[in-house]
Design a protein around this ligand. Sequence first.
Ligand code: GDP
Length: 373
Amino acid sequence: MKETDPNIDSEKSALRVNPGIEQPASINNDALRKYKSRKKSVMNADDFVDGVLSGNRVVLSRAITLVESALDAHYRLAQQVIEKCLPHSGQSLRIGITGVPGVGKSSFIETLGLYLTSIGHRVAVLAIDPSSEISKGSILGDKTRMEKLSADPNAFIRPSPSAGTLGGVTRKTRETIILCEAAGFDIILIETVGVGQSETAVHSMVDFFLLLMLAGAGDELQGIKRGIIEMCDGMAINKADGDNMHRATMAQAQLQCALNLFPVHQSGWKPKVELCSALHNTGIEKVWQMVKYHSDTMKNSGFFELKRAKQLSYRMLDTINQALISRFYQNPKIIEMLPKVEQLLNNHQITAYQAAESLLSLYFEKEKSRKAD
Ligand code: GDP
């Protein structure tokens, strides 16, 4: 603004414009430089594979992000990476760890993980959390958990993918296992909450399924579903410390008796119950010995490979099932007819069986005519 009236003291005028401070450029040059260098470093499948195979954790993390992405282009790139990593995978021991919230899963994983790295292993920790869609990752999501293990150069911790159906999360975890193994992690710990269907998913991808329990929390089976007990290869009663020690020892005997009533595993393995304290780092070695003994026994009897082969078949069939289900429900005719058929069903005009039949024949007729075109 220019002052035109010579009678106005320019220094005192309210119209005076202060020089002010220099404004920064509207573009952050630092960010721009980073963005440009990132754009230059767009990675192809071989770059990812090289990075993963050399054990580069940054590239491993980026590869997992690719696997977790909902974008089609990412999915395709991820599949190429997985395919190339596949021959370098399969060498680890995969351990599923479950138990009710508060039993001490993350404390246990941290203590076990630190023990394992101290004896020369490289440990990857993954999680399956079907509730994470709502809670945005209630397990392993909290960065303050497993502080020591996260700082360990021989450990790699990855929270549960926070979006998608259980089927989707399961596929992502399976592919993440392949990437971690290709990156040289020889022990994979997979945490899940002991309350839902995620146990079946985890069971279908691990060599040993460990159930963490508490002593003295009322009913010895603590609301854990019978199916989960049947699936487990071993139990560890955590918090076996201080005043709790006596109750823990009693619970150990009771649980061992309860386990003996379950049908023997096909492999002949009888699940054992150990005591431990994740907090005081006691009994962890014994739990590990149980896992080791199991895998040695299974490898000697051929059941280790047999189980992995079965898991692969299960994975294939599961993928087919998921694909068929999603194609069915995404079919425009089904989308249109489903509420109408449901209405007929609710009005008691047709039976549930007839309703299902009519929708299925509609779907398969549509498929047939689509192919004939
Ligand atoms: P999560 O929900 O199963 O992952 O359980 P956390 O690992 O978060 O542990 C729940 C609480 O139990 C925390 O306050 C832990 O400090 C405590 N805790 C975990 N392990 C032990 C243990 O071995 N002994 C005792 N006394 N407390 C433990």
